[in-house]
Every structure is written in C-alpha cells, then in structure tokens.
Design a protein around this ligand. Structure first.
Ligand code: SF4
Length: 374
C-alpha cells in the first residue's frame, strides 16, 4: 500500500501566515504540469510492486488547475502505477475556485474527496489572513459540494489567530458541524519566518495570541467536536467515525509515498527525498531528463525519531512491540525517559499502545523530542 502526493505550487495570492512553497505567477503552469507528468514516469520505480491506495493533490492551490490538467496527472498515474479500485483521490481546494460547474466536473472525473481551505467564516478574519475568498463563497461551495454528493469533505480551520475570540471559534465550528462536514483539520496559527505575519509581529503591527489562549482554544475545539461525535484522531485532525483521511493516516503510520512537483517529499521506508523548491529550476532540470531532488538514507535513529514524532500525534500512538523489535537499541537507550513519562502519566500504556495522555496532547511534539535519539 502506498500513496502519491502531487504538489501544485500556485496560489492566487499569498496568505499572511503561509510558508508553503507556491508562486502567485502562473505563467509556467502548463510546462510545470507536463514536468509533473514526466517526473511521475521517471520515478515510478520508487513504488515498484506497490498498490496505490491514495492520490493527494496539495499545494499551493490545486483547485487553480483546469480539469484537463488534473485529469492528465490522474491518467499518468493510472497508466504508470497499479491503482487500487478503492483509491482515495483528494483535492485541496479554495472556495473561490469551486464553482458549481467545477465541482460537478471534478466529481465526474474521479475526484471524490475535497479538502477545502475555509479557515474562518468571519470576513474580518479572512481579510486579515489575506484569503482570496469570502464567507458567503465558503458557505455556497460547501452547500454545492454536499448537494452534488461529495460525501468526503475536509474543512481547514485556523485557531489562535489575532481577533479570534472563543465565541467566534465556536461559531465557526458550529457552522461546519451544522453542514455535517465529516472531517475537520484545526490548525494552531504558527508564526513562520519569511511570512508576512512574521514581519507584522516583528514590526509590532500585530500582537500574537498568548500560549494560554492557544491552549484553551485547542481544548475548546476538542471538547466541542467530541460532543458532536467527532474522533480526535490526530493532534490537528477530527473525523466522524470512519471518515479519516486515508492519505494522511498512511503518512502518520509510516507507509511509503511518492511526492512529485516542486518541494514535494517522498519516503520509501529506507530513504527520504525532497524536490527542489523552485518552479523554474524544477522545470529546467526535468526538461534535461534530470530529477530535481536529493535523497537522504535514513539511519535507524532517524527512523525511530520519525516513528515517535508522527505516531505520538495520533490516537493510535506507538507500539511497544515495534519499539522492542525494530528500534531495540534506541528504545533501550531512552527507556528511563519513557518510564518517567509513564510515571507522570503524560504517556499512557494501553495494551501494546503507548499514547499521549489527552490532557498533555498539545505537548506531543515536545514529549516526542525528549525521547529522540540525537
Ligand atoms: S492558499 Fe494555501 S498554500 Fe496558498 S498562500 Fe494561502 S495558505 Fe498558502
């Protein structure tokens, strides 16, 4: 079982907080799509013998692509790889791109899961974030997607952003749960370097929200969504029973994936690789039949750290038997730290599973890093 990730590096405009790789100039989009198709053919051996269970268009804003551009990539995947009959095909999308016609065409061309960047239903938040859509566009697109029969929809929301009160946060969640959206990704706003937000904070145009507020909102979301029947299955992700993102769950469970497009990462169990973060150079190298990426061979310590970092963020945690069999040296050397966390009840042992105590879930990354092999 494996997945394919396609990075579409274009957006209409730059959101203030975003440090993903994207360009707001779209002039080389057609060539770049051709190069993505070329890279898929060039690197199919990475997943030799694997059945493709998930295909994920991320970005950037993949919904900027025309239906024929998306279809050409899906066709290449079907021609070059063994694709499962039950494949999950997800498209990240922004509401302003999802006209009724486009939604209907996406559905007919085999895209059946949408991950929609809603972020907030308040115009002042959307304006501050420099989003390209309005609140009414977000509601219209959710209405249309549901009416057209999209059963698998994720909505992204941002919390701990300046101006987002607890009341506004609950209103955002209420709108989404009233729509019956089965999967929600709730992201804590982080201030990344080289973003407009970082500049605004540095020049004191904006005061970041305090840690206390961020933690309070994190648990407010958890409590609200659990009361509506959602499972908190990953630190930022909630799903109605069975409505997990299969693609992202496979990442967190250490399954293989191939990432194509500028800045995309790949993982095959033993190596991790990443593509160049520059659209023009990505195109230039592929035109010369060169793969524009680098590979790192993972040490047992790298794989152990990765297992902890991804596993401890999920409700399934990490497995004691895997620690003892696959990472025995690393586990033995950190065992006293594990024991301390178990004694403090920050880690809980449930049968074979080691999970973070939900009361400390927000500290998952820092607990994992204390257990790392340096
Ligand atoms: S639309 Fe998404 S990828 Fe593009 S700038 Fe905004 S947050 Fe970043």
């Amino acid at each position: 079982m494996a997945g394919i990730y396609i990075h579409i590096p274009y957006c209409k405009q730059a959101c203030v907080y975003c440090d993903f790789h994207f360009s707001t100039t779209h002039k080389n989009k057609a060539s770049l799509i051709q190069c993505i198709n070329k890279e898929l053919k060039m690197r199919k051996t990475v997943l030799v013998g694997e059945i493709i269970e998930t295909i994920y268009f991320g970005g950037g804003t993949p919904s900027i692509c025309s239906i024929s551009e998306l279809r050409s990539i899906i066709d290449t995947i079907y021609n070059e790889f063994s694709v499962s009959e039950t494949v999950e095909i997800t498209l990240e999308a922004n509401p302003d791109d999802l006209s009724t016609e486009k939604l209907s065409e996406l559905k007919s061309k085999g895209v059946h899961r949408l991950s929609i960047g809603i972020q907030s239903f308040f115009e002042d938040d959307l304006k501050w974030m420099h989003r390209a859509h309005t609140s009414s566009e977000a509601k219209r697109c959710l209405n249309d997607a549901i009416a057209l029969g999209f059963a698998e929809i994720n909505a992204d929301l941002i919390f701990a952003s300046p101006g987002l009160t607890d009341e506004k946060l609950i209103q955002n969640l209420t709108i989404l749960t009233d729509f019956g959206i089965p999967h929600l990704s709730c992201y804590n706003l982080t201030i990344e370097e080289r973003t407009q937000l970082h500049h605004q904070v540095k020049t004191q145009q904006i005061t970041p929200i305090s840690d206390e507020t961020a933690i309070r909102q994190f648990y407010l979301i958890r409590e609200f969504l659990q009361s509506k029947g959602y499972e908190h299955y990953e630190i930022s992700n909630y799903a109605k029973p069975g409505a997990y993102s299969r693609h992202n769950t496979a990442y967190w469970q250490g399954k293989k994936y191939l990432g194509v497009g500028p800045s995309a990462h790949s993982y095959d169990g033993n190596t991790r690789s990443w593509n160049i973060r520059n659209n023009e150079n990505y195109i230039k190298q592929l035109i010369k039949d060169e793969w524009p990426g680098e590979v790192e061979i993972l040490t047992p310590g790298n794989r152990y750290n990765e297992y902890l970092l991804t596993g401890l963020r999920t409700q399934w945690g990490i497995q004691l038997t895997i620690l003892e069999s696959e990472f025995s040296n690393e586990y033995q050397s950190q065992k006293t730290i594990f024991e301390l966390y178990l004694k403090d009840q920050k880690l809980l042992l449930r049968g074979n599973q080691l999970v973070i105590n939900p009361d400390y879930l927000i500290m998952a990354d820092s607990i994992a890093s204390e257990l790392f092999i340096i």
